[in-house]
Design a protein around this ligand. Structure first.
Ligand SMILES: [Zn+2]
Length: 105
């Protein structure tokens, strides 16, 4: 866990379960490369801002405004979750499991 994560407080009640897999049943208007019904993985680091100095220097794990799946956002035990397409949504369609390797150490 990064020092940023330690300083973050999760909201309660919160539904736990990080590093999850599911299918897209709703998709935002500006998402590219993912489609309704796609099977995707959602990592622990569910969102980074892309603008802070950490993100700008390739250290997204220390982002100043992260969202952590299962800690600052509802996660795997929920019936539905919101995922951010800009943060490593691994495409788990048949034959494309290489992108999911980071989800299963
Ligand atoms: Zn950031």
């Amino acid at each position: 866990m990064s020092s940023t994560a330690i300083s973050r407080r999760h909201s309660t009640p919160m539904i736990p379960g990080h590093e999850i897999v599911g299918r897209i049943d709703t998709i935002g208007p500006h998402v590219e490369g993912l489609h309704l019904g796609d099977r995707v993985g959602i990592p622990w680091l569910g969102h980074t801002c892309g603008r802070c100095s950490y993100c700008q220097h390739g250290a997204e794990n220390f982002c100043s405004q992260p969202i952590f799946t299962g800690y600052t956002s509802d996660a795997g035990f929920a019936t539905a979750v919101v995922a951010h397409a800009n943060q490593a949504l691994a495409d788990l369609r048949a034959g494309r499991f290489q992108g999911a390797a980071v989800l299963v150490p």
